[in-house]
Design a protein around this ligand. Structure first.
Ligand SMILES: Nc1nc2c(ncn2[C@@H]2O[C@H](COP(=O)(O)OP(=O)(O)OP(=O)(O)O)[C@@H](O)[C@H]2O)c(=O)[nH]1
Ligand SMILES: [Mg+2]
Length: 291
């Protein structure tokens, strides 16, 4: 136990950079929802990696953006909250992002802990382009290490872990071995439902939706879950329900399958669609919906 290392690692970056994919890959467990659209993650989520000689407490965060709604402000507050307590920062970038812009975001974050610049989606660029990008980042004074990975294809993650561990203090574990996260089951259930909206609905609608689990009850043979999907406008409710209820039925079915896998139990899932006008700018609603 003498050499045990343990610490908090914040995962930051622009929307859609692959932060949630990376945390899931490092944990070997799908905790955070992932979608091809930006601004999928809205809350900070802890994911704890337990190994024989180290414990890493990762925090996935919402992608850094300029706030246009109160919801965005809340999301950026989650980013600041994680920043407070980290030992190491991972800043995730896509190779398409311009290094000058990346450096500007990093400079605005004013990070005081060691920073590892993680170039993700290595599977999508040519090796020589990747190598030159890595060199560019290595020259930056504020960057302590550079990693080139593919979170999706789980490439080079062991090396990244070694780079992280190097910066962790010698410290006993903060959490006991069976703790994987800080969020309750209801949160993950709501997120799994919200994830389906990003895949099944076009454009703007997922950004106007919040999911709230109203009932979570373990019965003898199954778990009964009742959840509300809240949208901002009547027209969105209409689309979400679909022709003869076809869309909401599909979302319910896909969500139920995912939730059953996650909790390893049969699930009865009931979904209700509600309209709360402009909830993304309403403090009371935001609070009620967990933001
Ligand atoms: N090809 C490729 N795609 C990736 C990789 N990592 C993530 N992606 C894809 O990029 C998209 C965004 O991934 P997320 O993990 O949701 O990104 P995020 O940074 O958490 O996004 P926000 O939560 O919106 O800030 C998804 O479609 C992922 O499958 C990678 O290494 N290679
Ligand atoms: Mg995310």
């Amino acid at each position: 136990m003498e050499d045990f290392r343990s610490g908090f690692v914040g995962i930051f970056g622009k929307p859609n950079a692959g932060k949630s994919t990376l945390m899931n890959a490092l944990l070997g467990e799908k905790l955070a929802i992932v979608s091809p659209k930006a601004q999928t993650t809205r809350n900070k989520i802890l994911g704890i990696l337990h190994e024989n000689n180290y414990q890493i407490i990762f925090s996935d965060t919402p992608g850094i953006l300029e706030s246009r709604y109160k919801l965005h402000e809340k999301m950026m507050k989650e980013v600041s909250a994680v920043k407070q307590g980290t030992d190491v920062v991972l800043f995730i970038t896509d190779p398409k992002e311009k290094p000058e812009e990346v450096m500007e975001i990093i400079s605005n974050l004013t990070i005081k802990t060691p920073l590892i610049l993680v170039t993700n989606t290595s599977d999508k660029i040519k090796p020589d382009a990747a190598a030159s990008l890595v060199q560019t980042y290595k020259r930056q004074k504020t960057i302590d290490q550079v990693a080139l990975i593919s979170a999706l294809q789980k490439q080079n993650l062991d090396h990244l872990l070694q780079q992280i561990i190097h910066f962790l203090p010698i410290m006993p574990p903060y959490y006991d071995e069976d703790t994987l996260t800080d969020k309750p089951m209801r949160f993950f259930v709501a997120e799994m439902i919200r994830e389906k909206l990003f895949f099944e609905l076009d454009e703007e609608l997922p950004y106007h939706a919040a999911v709230i689990v109203r009932q979570y009850e373990e019965k003898n043979t199954l778990t009964k879950i009742v959840a509300d999907i809240v949208v901002s406008r009547d027209t969105q409710k209409f689309i979400l329900i679909g022709k003869g209820g076809s869309m909401i039925k599909k979302i319910g079915q896909l969500s139920r399958e995912d939730i059953e896998k996650f909790i390893d139990r049969k699930v009865f899932l009931e979904l209700h669609v509600k309209v709360r006008k402009d909830w993304r700018n309403n403090d009371l609603y935001l609070k009620e919906y967990g933001y």
